[in-house]
Design a binder for this molecule. Structure first.
Ligand SMILES: NC(=O)c1ccc[n+]([C@@H]2O[C@H](COP(=O)([O-])OP(=O)(O)OC[C@H]3O[C@@H](n4cnc5c(N)ncnc54)[C@H](OP(=O)(O)O)[C@@H]3O)[C@@H](O)[C@H]2O)c1
Length: 223
């Protein structure tokens, strides 16, 4: 029977590309994001192996309900990808906007915690796998970057939860890309990574032999 992957931030960019790659690799996918129209179009394109689950990642119950609906549809949730995230329009601390920071922290930190907490009972019963989107910005210091600090949280928490999941045979992988050409940026980044490159890393980690826990994939654009 096919395994099932829940993806937050599945409407565009890395999440969409991972959904496509996962279905190609034989997985069912649950597509979670706010843009219902985009999720429905993607689910139609992917066919019977995909389910659109519109919702807001900053709302714990919304994610919990989506995971329940996904289990009802496909029987189990074997992996969850905490990928939804956002950047900031104004960089740095002095120029940064506190309201925008609050929104970003709610999504990049709390939203990822909600995915983990809501998915954990499902993953425990499937001996499953948690993926998170970290960043190159969460592996090195970038002067004044508040966004980068939110990704340091992902790397710190991802390592901690990997150790906790290991106790019952589960795995956690943080995917850490450098710049990727997605709607995250207002302008195209044609010479950087493509979302498909990141999706391939996610599938690599998911499909590793159960004895091998890929704890981090760090990928940078060659240029
Ligand atoms: N692009 C890069 O260079 C890069 C590099 C390293 C890490 N990352 C990380 O990669 C992840 C994906 O970003 P991306 O580059 O693929 O950008 P993207 O195309 O802008 O994707 C962001 C996704 O998050 C969803 N989202 C935003 N707010 C949400 C909310 N409140 N609830 C649910 N979903 C929400 C968006 O869908 P809706 O608007 O429909 O909700 C969209 O599907 C993020 O965590 C980002 O920090 C990106």
């Amino acid at each position: 029977m096919s395994k099932t992957l829940f993806i937050t931030g599945a409407s565009t960019g890395i999440g969409e590309a991972t959904a496509r790659a996962a279905v190609d690799a034989g997985w069912n996918v649950g597509l979670f994001a706010r843009s219902e129209d985009k999720l429905k179009a993607l689910a139609d394109d992917l066919g019977d192996n995909a389910k659109a689950l519109p919702g807001d990642a900053t709302d714990f119950k919304s994610q919990e309900d989506a995971l329940g609906a996904l289990t009802d549809t496909f029987g189990s949730v074997d992996a969850a990808f905490a990928n939804a995230g956002t950047g900031l329009s104004a960089a740095g601390t002095e120029k940064g906007d506190p309201e925008e920071w609050e929104m970003m922290v709610k999504l990049n930190i709390l939203g990822l915690l909600w995915t983990t907490k809501a998915a954990m009972p499902h993953l425990k019963s499937s001996n499953g796998h948690l993926l998170m989107t970290g960043s190159a910005a969460g592996r090195r210091h970038i002067a004044g970057s508040v966004y980068g600090a939110s990704k340091w949280f992902v790397h710190g928490y991802g390592g901690n939860i990997a150790d906790e999941m290991r106790e019952w045979g589960g795995r956690c992988t943080v995917i850490a890309p450098g710049m990727v050409d997605t709607p995250f940026f207002d302008e195209a980044k044609p010479d950087k990574l493509k979302p498909e490159d990141v999706a391939r890393s996610a599938i690599f980690a998911l499909e590793a032999d159960p004895r091998a826990a890929i704890q981090e994939v760090f990928l940078m654009p060659t240029k």
